[in-house]
Write a protein that binds this ligand. Structure first.
Ligand code: KG4
Ligand code: ZN
Length: 352
């Protein structure tokens, strides 16, 4: 079964053709993230305008070699996301479904991130149930228990910032660009860790008896550390990290910025891995799957993979960790809940 997947929830426009939920036949992506470098976050109005500009060219790149008669269904992310961006993908999918007379399948974007783990796998290599899914994206941090393709139970979520959002905010504080995740990861990798570490950031909610997360306190601890560095006169001019603090420019020595990035990443990943393993043990699952932009992070990957050999650990290929159309087509294949094209509307706050 060949499904055309469309993704447009935020600043990425993804279109892909996937066969039987696993085999990626074609996948194209356009991103407007470079527009947001100087602001350190997405501006919804600009993201939506960019979606309008690129949706047809991206669709054409995928459809050039495939006639509609070979496609069995159209799938689209119907939420959660930014309303202006979401509408572009949803309306495009509805038009295609009506014009071509194909079934339309609405996919929860977060479920899509989970199914990125089925792409490129055959049946034997695919994740087995029951499993724990950790979703770590720019807008969400969720732990989900899945007993089958149709049985999802939300165990916990972030109470404030999402993990990716924390990476983005810390990158902004350190004067890096957007998206912040890969930039923080790169800076942290360069840090030469001393035998005795000089400080560490808090691990919010790690000891609490639940599966929830909180990242805003960690971000505040980073901001305080950056300010403290300046207050104590340890500022070194010409450094790389720059904090725009209420109009005041704080410059950090490159090494100080590297250390902060390293310690922030350590704290964030430790909490994510600890709570994920706690859920996996409690529910006796066979596998752990991770999805969402932060799943592209190598430190998260290696920490989880080396933490406990009792569970089979799955991460998507890095290009399918961030938003893309293939994960939407895959989720549509496994869930296969058709909807009348005239009934579907975008839902910015769709949840499990
Ligand atoms: O899933 P995604 O593409 O979009 C949303 O659904 O939000 O995730 C984007 C988020 C951004 O916050 C970005 O900074 C983060 O994923 N991200 C990373 C990495 N690559 C992307 N975070 C940490 N390390 C990375 N390598
Ligand atoms: Zn996403």
């Amino acid at each position: 079964m060949l499904i055309l997947g469309i993704e447009s929830t935020c600043d990425e426009t993804g279109v892909a053709l996937v066969e039987d939920g696993r085999r990626v036949i074609a996948s194209e992506l356009a991103s407007s993230s470079s527009f947001f470098e100087k602001w350190g976050g997405v501006i919804p109005e600009i993201a939506a305008r960019e979606q309008v500009k690129v949706i047809v060219p991206v669709l054409s790149q995928v459809l050039d070699q495939y006639t509609p008669d070979k496609i069995h269904a159209i799938a689209v992310s119907s939420g959660p996301g930014l309303i202006g961006s979401l509408l572009i993908g949803v309306e495009t999918a509805k038009v295609l479904a009506l014009a071509w007379g194909k079934p339309l399948i609405a996919v929860n974007h977060l479920v899509g991130h989970i199914y990125a783990n089925w792409l490129g796998k055959d049946i034997i290599d695919s994740p087995q149930f029951p499993l724990i899914a950790l979703i770590v994206s720019g807008g969400h941090t969720d732990l989900v228990l899945m007993k089958s393709h149709r049985d999802f139970k939300l165990l916990g979520s972030t109470l404030d910032d999402a993990a990716g959002e924390a990476y983005d905010k810390v990158a902004k504080v350190l004067g890096l660009g957007y998206p912040g995740g890969p930039l923080i990861e790169e800076l942290a990798t360069r840090y030469r860790v001393p035998v005795e570490r000089t400080f560490s950031f808090p691990r919010p909610m790690i000891g609490e008896n639940n599966f929830d997360f909180s990242f805003s306190g960690l971000k505040t601890a980073v901001v305080n550390r950056v300010r403290g560095k300046e207050d104590r006169g340890k500022r070194v001019e010409g450094g790389k990290g720059v904090l725009e603090d209420g109009g005041k420019r704080i410059e950090l020595h490159r090494k100080v910025a590297e250390e902060i990035a390293y310690e922030f990443q350590n704290a964030a990943v430790e909490v994510l891995v600890f709570k994920t393993l706690k859920a996996a043990k409690k529910f006796g699952v066979k596998a752990i799957v991770v999805g969402g932009g932060v799943a592209a992070n190598q430190y998260l990957r290696s920490t989880l993979e080396n933490a406990d050999s009792n569970f089979k650990i799955f991460f998507p290929e890095k290009k399918f960790s961030v938003d893309n159309g293939a994960m939407i087509a895959s989720a549509a294949f496994f869930k296969n809940t058709k909807i009348d094209a005239l009934e579907l509307s975008a839902d910015t706050s769709l949840h499990f």
